[in-house]
Design a protein around this ligand. Structure first.
Ligand SMILES: [Zn+2]
Length: 324
């Protein structure tokens, strides 16, 4: 393996594209962002990325020889055999040959996967999952994303949809409509959006709660407000956290029985609640899964934050090029 070379990690989102140069030890050398150009169904995206990388190399006094390849994460369902996108709704791509287009634009080997899977790989390589080969990484943010790694490899399924834990059905009757068009998905309960909605919905019946006072002041509530109140032992806030962690714990207990993974890595904005989230979640998982499965399981918070995606991208392209 040649020393002192870099890979490029590219984490594509609907509003911005995060990019980084990463060395062979998985350390970020430099990171930056550009806006995502969604015009003409995203046809300029690969060109913009290539141009930005070339500019950055020049700024750093380096040439393209410094780079061995590029790993890229996209929000959508991926055909990992050829790196094409079945569908990425937020970008406008359908049956889009992303890997081929990106290779054409940059002139380097490219590997592509789903963004949630790459965050999981990043945490496995350099984050909270370090040392584990069997892990589940979930992201509790605006939505609920998941990546499943079994024996060191991402599980994709035939349509690239494996690990979409946010769409496990949690509420079988009377659930809210999910972005996927179905009702009662875990995402409608355990995402920041779901928690906020749940808290606001019951407020009128809980005028004694500190959340009621906060709402009067702000005319809105955040997930952080809910967890702050729960930390103050506010009964209404605690009941919401219990409802959320019960449904999250139920889904994760069943997945844990299926996969018997070693680490459950929890990331995303909601995970900032720390022990106020993890303690009741751990309790529900313990009660709902097999004792033997629970004993081998470690529940931890993600440590890489927004960098997990680009670090996972670096792992992916290094793996493809047999550099790991
Ligand atoms: Zn759904």
């Amino acid at each position: 393996m040649e020393k002192n070379q870099w890979t490029v990690g590219v984490d594509l989102g609907g509003t911005s594209i995060k990019m980084a140069f990463i060395n062979d030890e998985g350390r970020i050398i430099d990171k930056w962002e550009i806006p995502t150009d969604l015009s003409e169904k995203g046809r300029f995206i690969t060109r913009d990325i290539a141009k930005s990388i070339e500019e950055k190399l020049e700024q750093k006094g380096e040439t393209k020889d410094k780079l061995v390849g590029l790993g890229m994460g996209a929000p959508g369902f991926i055909n990992f055999e050829n790196g094409s996108i079945f569908e990425a709704v937020n970008i406008g791509w359908k049956n889009y040959p992303l890997q081929e287009k990106m290779e054409e634009a940059i002139g380097l080997p490219v590997a592509v996967d789903n963004d949630a899977n790459l965050a999981a790989l990043g945490e496995m390589w350099k984050g909270a999952g370090e040392g584990a080969k069997d892990l589940l990484c979930i992201t509790l943010g605006t939505g609920v994303g998941g990546g499943v790694i079994s024996n060191g490899a991402i599980i994709h399924g035939i349509g690239g949809m494996a690990g979409e834990i946010g769409h496990i059905t949690s509420i079988t009757d009377g659930g809210y409509t999910c972005n996927c068009g179905r009702k009662g998905c875990l995402e409608t309960v355990a995402s920041a959006t779901g928690i906020r909605r749940l808290a606001i919905e019951g407020l009128e019946k809980h005028t004694e709660s500190e959340l009621y006072t906060v709402f009067q002041k702000q005319q809105d509530l955040t997930t952080k407000d809910v967890f702050d109140a729960a930390r103050n032992q506010d009964a209404y806030a605690l009941s919401i956290v219990d409802h959320v962690t019960y449904h999250l714990g139920l889904a994760l207990s069943n997945v844990a029985i299926l996969l018997n993974f070693q680490k459950l890595v929890i990331g995303g904005g909601v995970s900032m609640a720390g022990e106020t989230l993890l303690e009741p979640l751990d309790r529900h998982i313990k009660a709902l899964t097999l004792p033997g499965v629970y004993q081998g399981l470690e529940i931890v918070r993600a440590t890489l934050g927004n960098d997990a995606g680009v670090i996972g991208c670096a792992w992916l392209i290094n793996k493809k090029l047999n550099r790991l």
